[in-house]
Design a protein around this ligand. Structure first.
Ligand SMILES: NC(=O)c1ccc[n+]([C@@H]2O[C@H](COP(=O)([O-])OP(=O)(O)OC[C@H]3O[C@@H](n4cnc5c(N)ncnc54)[C@H](OP(=O)(O)O)[C@@H]3O)[C@@H](O)[C@H]2O)c1
Length: 273
C-alpha cells in the first residue's frame, strides 16, 4: 500500500506489530499508520474500554494493562502471537512524565516507577518478543524517547533521566540484537497530545513562534517517522535516534522569538493526586 507520503509500502504489508500506549496520541497515530500499511496491530493501554475501541477501529487486537506490570509484556506477546502468528515490529511508546518537580523532592517510589514504565517495560517487551519471534525471524524495534532527553529541564528530571536511559538502551540493544533485529528511537519535540497538554495549551501561538518550523507537532508527524524506521526503507539503520521536533534542537540559531517551553515547565503546578 502506498500513502500520500509514499513510504508505507516498504515491506510492511502482512507483518504484525505491538504498539504500547496505542489508544491515543502518538501511539494511536503510529498504530493507524501501521494498520494503513497493512500491518496487523496489537495495542495496549490501561483503560480497557479505550483498548477495546482502538483494537476494533484498527481491525487488530488489544490488551488492557499497565506496561509497568512485570506480567504484562509476556501477556501482550502471547496475545499477538496467538492472534497473528508473528511479531515483526515492537513500538515502545507508553510512558509516564511523573514524578514532576525538583529531584530533591522526588519520592523514591515514584522515581522507581518512572524507570519501571519508561525503561524496564521496553526492555521486558523486547525480551519477550525476541524469545518468541524476533531472535529467529528478525524484525525491528522503535522506542519513543524525547528531544528533552538531550538536555536538562525544569521539573522534568525523572522523565528526562529515564528517557536518556531509554536512548542508551536503544543503542545497546541495537548492538546486541544485530543483524536480525534493528533497534532505533524517535525523539519527538512538543506534540499536541494529552500528556503534553499542560505545556502547549496555555499559549500555543507563542510556543509555535519560537520553533524554526513554526508549529508544534501533531501525532502523525511522529508516526510517519516511526513507521519509516520500522520499515525496510530504513533497512541499513540501527542504533539511531531520529529527532522529530520541528527544529527545537536548533532553535537557538533561529532568528525568531525565544521558545517558551521552559517557562511553562517552570511555572506549572500539577494537581495534587
Ligand atoms: N506529547 C509530547 O509532546 C511528547 C514529546 C516527547 C516525547 N513524547 C513521548 O511520546 C510517547 C507517547 O506520549 P503521548 O504524548 O502520545 O501521550 P498520551 O497522549 O498521554 O498517550 C499515552 C498512551 O499511553 C498509554 N499509557 C500511559 N501510561 C501507560 C502505562 N503505564 N501502561 C500502559 N499504557 C500506558 C495511554 O493510555 P492509558 O492512559 O489508558 O494507559 C495512552 O494510550 C511517550 O513515550 C512520551 O514520553 C511525547
Amino acid at each position: 500500500m502506498t500513502s500520500s507520503y509514499g513510504i508505507e509500502g516498504h515491506g510492511l504489508d502482512g507483518r504484525a506489530a505491538v504498539v504500547t500506549g496505542g489508544t491515543r496520541g502518538i501511539g494511536r497515530a503510529v498504530a493507524e499508520r501501521l494498520a494503513g500499511a497493512g500491518v496487523l496491530v496489537c495495542v495496549t493501554a490501561r483503560d480497557a474500554e479505550e483498548v477495546r475501541r482502538a483494537a476494533e477501529e484498527l481491525g487488530g487486537v488489544g490488551l488492557a494493562g499497565d506496561v509497568g506490570d512485570p506480567d504484562h509484556p509476556r501477556a501482550v506477546t502471547e496475545l499477538a502471537l496467538r492472534a497473528f502468528g508473528r511479531i515483526d515490529v515492537v513500538v515502545n511508546n507508553a510512558a509516564t512524565n511523573q514524578p514532576y518537580g525538583p529531584l530533591m523532592e522526588a519520592d523514591p517510589g515514584a522515581w522507581r516507577r518512572a524507570f519501571q514504565v519508561n525503561v524496564e517495560a521496553p526492555l521486558r517487551l523486547v525480551q519477550c518478543a525476541w524469545r518468541a519471534w524476533l531472535r529467529e525471524h528478525g524484525g525491528s524495534v522503535v522506542n519513543i524517547c524525547t528531544e528533552g532527553a538531550g538536555h536538562a529541564g525544569p521539573n522534568v528530571g525523572a522523565y528526562g533521566t529515564s528517557k536518556a536511559a531509554l536512548l542508551h538502551l536503544t543503542r545497546q540493544l541495537a548492538g546486541e540484537l544485530a543483524p536480525k533485529v534493528r533497534v532505533n528511537s524517535v525523539s519527538p519535540g512538543l506534540v499536541r497530545t494529552e500528556m503534553a497538554r499542560f505545556v502547549w495549551e496555555p499559549g500555543e501561538r507563542q510556543l509555535a513562534a519560537g520553533l524554526p518550523l513554526g508549529r508544534i507537532g501533531e501525532p502523525d508527524d511522529v508516526a510517519r517517522a516511526v513507521v519509516w524506521l520500522a520499515s525496510d526503507a530504513a533497512g541499513w539503520i540501527t542504533g539511531a535516534d531520529l529527532l522529530v521536533d520541528g527544529g527545537t534542537g536548533v532553535r537557538t540559531a533561529y532568528p525568531g522569538p525565544g521558545y517558551a517551553v521552559d517557562d511553562r515547565l517552570r511555572s506549572y503546578a500539577p494537581p495534587r493526586s
